[in-house]
Structures are given as structure tokens and as C-alpha cells.
Design a protein around this ligand. Structure first.
Ligand code: G1P
Length: 271
């Protein structure tokens, strides 16, 4: 059973500067609702019972957003506003399941994951990257089904243009399980066009095994001088761990760039 999810939120958000010099991008509203709430709703709907947020001192705004009880209580005492009360109840629902851990140096996604080591209880856990929204279908829920059936790790994936492979983690296929699930033989972080083994990109949803922590402890810096989760996944695959690429059927929205962020709002407003 997958009961815990982790969300790395300590990234600097350089692609959304200057906004991110003072603001947490994950709180930016997408069609009126903070991006992180879409991710939380996906988790809750997929049966997740605890979500671990990996934040930094600079991103404490995120913690404050979910821990502002005194503020709401004061307002609600003054005026009985149905909308505010409903919003506060929603925040309380999220707050109950969120735990915070800190990654104060932005050393990469792999390093962020390692910070959650002592809190992970089960053999497998879910990781969601907040820049990647997937709408029209609960990708995490579908991946959990694939995990249950195959007792394996799963990564969300989609085909990308050959010219864009260096933006993504790219994997190669060992065997087709069915039309949307593939056994992975290798994965490489942001390869050059010439080095890319395919155009199957990893998108920000992962069901990872607890063993990943043992690899992450010794993980050397990779591309761009960061510690990448992709590099530790590569080692696990080499060791014989099964990883499945799940080609999701929902629509992918990239909210980590200016144009992607604007587009995400437009697409969600059409739902
Ligand atoms: C991260 C991962 C990359 C993956 C991508 C999905 O990159 O390192 O392998 O393909 O997320 O969004 P980032 O977006 O943090 O540069």
C-alpha cells in the first residue's frame, strides 16, 4: 500500500524569477487556486494519508500558509463569512496530513529525498514534483494500480520531441508490458540529443522503493553539480530493481516556467 507522499519544495525557482525572489512559486494561483493544492488533491484522491513537504527557510511561506490558525480564528470571530470559513476548513484538512522537513541547501532532488529518510514507513512511497501538473486523470492513482499489480517502482512518463530530450530524465525500454507500461532498462538525467537513448521522458511522479535511500547516501553530484534522484534510480536498476515507465493518459502542464504557468491557468479554466 502506498500511504506516504513526498514533495520537494525547496527549489529556488530560477525559471520564474524575479517573482520567486520573494515568493514561493507553489503558492501562485492557477485559475484561482495555489498550484500545490492541485498536487495535494491528487494525493488525497489517490489514497495518500501523509504528505511530507521538503521546504527550506526561504520557503517558510508555504508552512505559514497551512499554519495560520490564529489569523483565521480572529477573522471568523469578527464576521461569519461562509467563504472564508470554507477556505479555512480546506486548509485544516490539508494541514492534518502535512509534515515539514527542511533542505536548506538546494543540492538537488536526490538530496531533498534523502531528507525524508527517517519518516518513510513503508517499502514504497510516492514522490510528486510540484512543477508538473497532470489534469483530466489522477496520474498518481493510476501509478499506484500499476505498482500494486507488478510490485515494482513506477515513474510517470510521456514522449517528448527529440529536440527537447535534454530538458528531462530519459529512459530506455527493456520490454513492453502493455500499451502504457514499460519495463525500464536504464535512465539518464538530461542527456544531449546524441546521447539520449530514446524520447521517453520521466515526468514528476515516482513510486520509489525505500532502498533508494541507501543509494542516495552515497550519490555523487551529477549534471549541473546537483544530486539527482535519476542517478540513484539508475544504480537501483543496474542492481536488478524493477522500474516501470507509466505513460499517463492525463494532460501534462508545466507550471515551472512563465509561459507554462500562464498556459496552465488557461487549460484548467477550460475544465
Ligand atoms: C526533474 C528530474 C528530471 C525529470 C523532470 C520532470 O528535473 O530531474 O529527470 O524529467 O524533473 O519534470 P527538473 O524539472 O527539476 O529540472
Amino acid at each position: 500500500m502506498i500511504r506516504q507522499a513526498i514533495i520537494p519544495l525547496a527549489g529556488l525557482g530560477t525559471r520564474l524569477l524575479p517573482l520567486t525572489s520573494v515568493f514561493a512559486k507553489e503558492l501562485l494561483p492557477i485559475n484561482g487556486k495555489p498550484g500545490i493544492e492541485y498536487i495535494l488533491d491528487e494525493c488525497i484522491d489517490a489514497g495518500i494519508k501523509e504528505v511530507i513537504f521538503i521546504i527550506s527557510k526561504k520557503k517558510e511561506m508555504i508552512k505559514n500558509y497551512f499554519h495560520n490558525d490564529a489569523f483565521y480564528n480572529k477573522i471568523l470571530k469578527k464576521k461569519k463569512d461562509k467563504r472564508i470559513s470554507a477556505e479555512y476548513n480546506k486548509i485544516l484538512k490539508y494541514k492534518k496530513i502535512i509534515k515539514f522537513v527542511y533542505q536548506n541547501k538546494p543540492l538537488g532532488t536526490g538530496d531533498a529525498v534523502l531528507k525524508t529518510k527517517k519518516y518513510i514507513k513503508d517499502k514504497y512511497f510516492l514522490m510528486l514534483l510540484p512543477d508538473d501538473l497532470i489534469i483530466k486523470r489522477n496520474c498518481s492513482k493510476d501509478m499506484i494500480k500499476v505498482h500494486k499489480k507488478n510490485k515494482a517502482s513506477v515513474m510517470a512518463s510521456m514522449k517528448v520531441k527529440k529536440t527537447n530530450v535534454s530538458r528531462w530524465g530519459i529512459y530506455s525500454i527493456k520490454k513492453k508490458i502493455n500499451n502504457s507500461n514499460f519495463l525500464i532498462s536504464d535512465v539518464v538525467e538530461k542527456p544531449s540529443i546524441n546521447d539520449a537513448p530514446s524520447n521517453n521522458a520521466v515526468i514528476g511522479r515516482y513510486i520509489l522503493p525505500k532502498e533508494i535511500f541507501e543509494k542516495l547516501k552515497f550519490q555523487k553530484k551529477g549534471r549541473g553539480g546537483e544530486i539527482h534522484i535519476t542517478d540513484s534510480i539508475k544504480t537501483l536498476i543496474k542492481d536488478g530493481k524493477t522500474f516501470i515507465g507509466h505513460q499517463f493518459t492525463g494532460k501534462y502542464l508545466d507550471c515551472g516556467t512563465h509561459s507554462g504557468y500562464i498556459n496552465s491557468g488557461l487549460e484548467i479554466s477550460k475544465l
